[in-house]
Design a protein around this ligand. Structure first.
Ligand SMILES: O=C(CCCCNC(=O)Nc1ccc(S(=O)(=O)N2CCN(c3cc(Cl)cc(C(F)(F)F)c3)CC2)cc1)NO
Ligand SMILES: [Mn+2]
Length: 243
């Protein structure tokens, strides 16, 4: 019995190699798991559940195949796919979670989140996030014709790509004080998140207590999967096949 965690796949029609690896992972591994948690940035972009392209249908079918076999799949929004909604959940059987959740991981209470809310030094991003998380703006955006949303999204992805290149790598990492604050606020000692694309199992002590923070890796040039069981957690890679 084991539980699987992935994040930051940034699935897009331009990267069929990532999609192939993801589909193989779903068909061969997730069907045998207790559960799968997707901790955000599953997609490189998401402009509404009504964007029903063949690519989106392909990914949705991969989720339906495992949820219909009784394997629960949970999703936490990332900074890219924050507009994934109830229609996607209904069509795939995926359960949407809040941005911060505490789960019982084989007896260890564990805080799970995407991780972008831990990066307090990236003030531009935090301002962007506050803006696009306003319910009225989300409702307005989702009312626009898909063609308009596609144009706006293309501009914004170009914008965030070049903004990211200019940021120093440290501001793109988590703020340690915020990590500790979130753990102590929840009263737990274990955390799993993605977003920073810096896979690692961090372990430290604070006032005589042992803490652990597991960061999931992105799927840019190979898959990254966290396999957790009663025996503990193991951060693993999955190779892409040559196409
Ligand atoms: O990625 C990283 C590094 C950190 C990068 C941070 N930057 C980042 O995430 N940027 C970004 C995220 C999503 C997209 S998008 O294409 O999916 N899409 C664009 C249009 N969206 C929208 C929604 C609303 Cl409510 C309102 C509007 C409005 F009002 F502007 F029109 C637009 C919906 C989402 C484009 C860029 N780490 O993993
Ligand atoms: Mn992210």
């Amino acid at each position: 019995p084991h539980t699987l965690f992935i994040a930051d796949l940034h699935l897009s029609p331009t990267r069929p190699d990532i999609t192939d690896c993801f589909e193989r992972f779903m068909q061969q591994e997730v069907i045998h798991a207790d559960a799968l948690y997707v901790l955000g940035d599953l997609f490189e972009a998401w402009i509404g559940d009504d964007d029903n392209s063949p690519f989106h249908q392909q990914i949705k079918a991969a989720f339906s195949a495992v949820t219909e076999r009784g394997v629960p799949v949970y999703f936490i929004h990332g900074n890219r796919d924050f507009l994934i909604g109830q229609r996607f959940a209904r069509e795939t059987g995926v359960t949407l979670l809040n941005e911060l959740e505490c789960i019982d991981l084989y007896g260890t209470p564990t805080l799970i989140l995407h991780g972008d809310t831990l990066c307090l030094e990236d003030v531009d991003y935090q301002a962007f996030r506050r803006k696009v998380h306003q319910p009225w703006l989300q409702r307005l955006f989702l009312c626009l014709p898909l063609t308009w949303r596609r144009k706006i999204a293309a501009k914004m992805r170009a914008g965030s790509a070049n903004a990211n290149q200019q940021k120093s790598s440290t501001i793109m990492d988590v703020t340690p004080q915020e990590v500790q604050r979130q753990l102590d606020n929840a009263g737990v000692t274990n955390m799993i998140h993605g977003h920073t694309h810096r896979p690692h199992i961090h372990q430290w002590h604070q006032h005589g207590t042992a803490y652990q923070r597991i960061v999931l890796g992105d799927w840019y040039d190979h898959g990254s999967v966290l396999v957790c069981s009663a025996q503990g957690c193991d951060l693993q890679t999955r190779n892409f096949t040559h196409r």
